[in-house]
Every structure is written in structure tokens, then in C-alpha cells.
Ligand binder design. Structure first.
Ligand code: UDP
Length: 313
């Protein structure tokens, strides 16, 4: 039985990864400090013998007894509002946290997969973004704490790979959505679903012409699982290349929720908000034989079922 440590286990992505590794017959050790995670996301796993939970901040020395085959580092505030409110924790978990987990991986001879992000491309000047693009990041802007922590994370992970021969994997995650996203995390999908359900204005930032490309969580988890088991140590984009403007996205949510009181309203565009974002996924196709299979219509339908239960109207 493989033993897997997942940090950020009570978060949106971490909790789905816990489910997947349990399903694959692994023993899963979930770790979280709950600053943005929620135990409700993994409560169903607590009765299982194959699951353990440690409440711990990975920015501090990490100790886990026993062997570890795989470590997946998914702990981090991940929404622009969260990392604006927790800039120091965001920097620490991406840098010190990653360093601690690299040390743990070296000690235990484990394979470490780190969660990187499309934010390493910043406000990209190349479109769509390939893994070879170096990015356009403002280090001292509001998003810098996240972007630079993640860029440092890639750098130190690569150094452990080349210098210590550690087995490492890097996934660059593009916008992902699905059940268990935090209702109030400020990201566009939870914001729009909550506002539409309450019959409020959907807060489109700027003129809504900026684009994102949304990947359903099950597709993302499949890509991450394949990457972990592959022998490829360079970064791989995992995301859905189907691009949409935020205004169109708001209109889709309005139609799906069907609340006549809700409508689009316009607010200021946050500083350094990327204008366009879409992954080039040729590498994932070639190396992992992976591409997304769930359409936005289907993914949104599943996600709306979840938000209907958790949004207080
Ligand atoms: N956005 C918006 N209204 C909101 C929240 C976000 O128009 O209430 C926009 C935001 O400006 C960005 C896009 O939606 O262009 C995606 O934002 P999100 O915070 O979900 O993630 P990002 O991709 O920027 O990290």
C-alpha cells in the first residue's frame, strides 16, 4: 500500500486529491492548518483506516512517522483575495513550506509533486501559454506574494532535483472549478454563483473582456495523477484550453441560475489582473496522454448542484 502525504488536504484541490488517492488504494495522510481549508471537505474520510489527518502548518518543520512514497504539496492560499489578506503566510508556505517538504522527501526518499500555477506567467505577453514561456510578473504588486512564492517553489524544487537527484514533479494549474470551492473565497465562480442565487449584481471587474479558461476539478485531478506516476520532471500545464471572457461567463451563470433579479454590474479591475489566460496543453497531451473531457456546461451543472446546498440565500 502506497503512503501519500497531501498538504492542503482540507482545501478545494487537496480534498479531491485525498479522495482520488484513497480510491486508488493508498494510505493518505492529510495535512492542513485550516487558514483557508475546511474540515467539512474531508469529514467523510475520517472514519477510514486508510486516512489520517494532521493539523500542522508546513511552514514549520514537518515530521511524519513511517515511510512516504509520495508527497503532494497543495497547501497555499490560492485566491487573489486570500493572498492579499495573508501575504506573509502565502510567501512562507510556497517557500519555507516547500523547503520543508523537499527535506522530508529527501529524508524519506519520496517523490514530491508541487502545485505550481499559471500565475508564474503573470499577465502573459504570450498567448496561449506554453511551459517554455518565462512570464511577465510584477514582483512587488499585490499578486507578487503568490506569483513569486510559486516561482521560488519551482526554482528550489528544480535545485533539489538536479543537486540531490530527488524525484520531483511540477504541475502548473490553470483556473479550476468544482464542488468544495469556498463560497466566499472571492474567486469569480463562487462570487457569481452566490450573487446570482441571492438575486444580487454579479460583480464583473473591468469591462469583463479579460479571459480565463476553466477546468473542471475531476479533469485536473486525473492530469495530476498521471503526472505523478510519469517520469517527467519538467513543469506541465494542466488546464482546459476552452477560453471565455468574464462577461460571457457571467451571462452563462445568469442563465443557469435563472434568477430574474440578478444582473451584471461593473467594478474596477484589480491591479495586475491578467488580461488573457489559456493553457497550451500540448505537453500534457504528449507526455501524459491527457486532455480535459468535461465540458463547461456539464462541469458548471455539477458545480451549481454543490453551490445550491452551500450558498445561504
Ligand atoms: N472577477 C470578476 N468578478 C469577481 C471576481 C473575479 O470579474 O467577483 C474576475 C477577475 O478580475 C479575473 C477573473 O474574474 O479577471 C478571474 O478571477 P479569479 O479571482 O477567479 O482568479 P484569477 O484567475 O484572477 O486568479
Amino acid at each position: 500500500m502506497k503512503r501519500v502525504l497531501i498538504t492542503g488536504a482540507a482545501g478545494f484541490l487537496g480534498s479531491h486529491l485525498c479522495d482520488r488517492f484513497i480510491k486508488e488504494g493508498c494510505h493518505v495522510i492529510g495535512m492542513d492548518n485550516l487558514i483557508t481549508g475546511n474540515l467539512a471537505n474531508i469529514e467523510h474520510l475520517f472514519p477510514l483506516n486508510e486516512f489520517e489527518y494532521y493539523h500542522h502548518d508546513v511552514s514549520k518543520f514537518v515530521h511524519v512517522p513511517g515511510e512516504l512514497d509520495y508527497i503532494l504539496h497543495f497547501a497555499s492560499p490560492a485566491s487573489p483575495i486570500d493572498y492579499l489578506q495573508m501575504p506573509i503566510q502565502t510567501l512562507k508556505v510556497g517557500s519555507l513550506g516547500t523547503h520543508n517538504l523537499l527535506g522530508l522527501a529527501k529524508e524519506k526518499n519520496s517523490r514530491l509533486l508541487i502545485a505550481s500555477t499559471s500565475e508564474v506567467y503573470g499577465d502573459p505577453l504570450e498567448h496561449p501559454q506554453t511551459e517554455e514561456y518565462w512570464g511577465n510578473v510584477n514582483p512587488i504588486g499585490p499578486r507578487g506574494v503568490y506569483d513569486e512564492a510559486k516561482r521560488f517553489q519551482e526554482a528550489i524544487t528544480m535545485a533539489y532535483h538536479t543537486y540531490h537527484g530527488l524525484e520531483t514533479r511540477m504541475v502548473r494549474i490553470f483556473n479550476t472549478y468544482g464542488p468544495r470551492m469556498r463560497v466566499d473565497d472571492g474567486r469569480v465562480l463562487p462570487a457569481f454563483f452566490s450573487q446570482a442565487s441571492r438575486g444580487e449584481g454579479l460583480t464583473v471587474f473591468g469591462d469583463g473582456s479579460q479571459t480565463r479558461s476553466f477546468c473542471y476539478v475531476d479533469d485536473l485531478v486525473e492530469g495530476i495523477y498521471r503526472l505523478l506516476l510519469s517520469d517527467y520532471h519538467m513543469p506541465v500545464n494542466i488546464g482546459n484550453p476552452h477560453e471565455v471572457t468574464i462577461k460571457e461567463f457571467g451571462e452563462e451563470v445568469l442563465e443557469m441560475v435563472g434568477n430574474p433579479a440578478a444582473k451584471l454590474i461593473y467594478k474596477n479591475l484589480p491591479q495586475d489582473d491578467p488580461k488573457r489566460r489559456r493553457p497550451n496543453i500540448s505537453k500534457a497531451k504528449e507526455v501524459l496522454d491527457w486532455e480535459p473531457t468535461i465540458s463547461r456546461a456539464e462541469g458548471m451543472r455539477r458545480t451549481y448542484e454543490y453551490f445550491k446546498k452551500v450558498v445561504t440565500v
